[in-house]
Design a protein around this ligand. Sequence first.
Ligand code: AMP
Length: 188
Amino acid sequence: MRIIIFGPPGAGKGTQAKLIKEEYDIPHLSTGEIFRKAIKNETKLGKKVKSILDAGELVPDETVVDLVEEELRKSRYDDGYILDGFPRTVVQAKAFDEFLEKNDEELDAFLMLKVPEEELVNRILSRGEGRSDDTEEGVKKRLGVYWEETQPVLDYYKGQKVVKEIYGVGSIDEIFKRIQKALAEEPY
Ligand code: AMP
C-alpha cells in the first residue's frame, strides 16, 4: 500500500504515520525527520537545510524530490510506504506522480488530516518535542507556508480519487480508527 499522510503542521501526521507503519507493516518516510537527522549529524545536507528549517521555510523542491526518489528506490520500499511531509508543493506532487508512473506504480490513498487552525498552534506549542522550529513565531511561519504553498497539493490530488478526509480531533486511537476505516473503503 502506498499512502501519503497530509495536513497542516500539528495535525498529527507523524503520530498517525507511526501507527500506520506498525499496523500495515510498511516503512515510514518522513522528509522532516531526514532533515532533522542530517542537521544533528552535521552532514552536507544538514548544513544546507539548517537555516531553512529554522526559518520555517521550505527546502527547495529539487533537493527534496531527489532525496525522496533516491530513498524510494531502496528495496525496502518495494511493497509500499507511508510518506509524511512530502509532497509539500504542487511541483513536488507532479514530480512524485512522474516517479510513480515511471515505475508503473500507483498511489492508494491520500489521507488528509483535518484540524481547526486554533487547535494546531496550541498543539505544536504544547507538544514539547524540543524542535528548534516549534516556537510561536516558527509555528505561525510554517502555518503561513502551509496555506500558501502546501494546501494547493490537496486540490491537485482531489482529481485523482485517492483523497480520504479524516477528522483529526480526538484521541490518537480514535483518529487512527477513522484512518483504518477510510483505508478499508473502496475508492470513491
Ligand atoms: P515536518 O517535520 O514535516 O514538519 O518538516 C519540518 C521542516 O522540514 C519543514 O518546515 C521544512 O522546512 C522541511 N521540509 C520537510 N519536508 C519538506 C518538503 N517536502 N518540502 C520542503 N521542505 C520540507
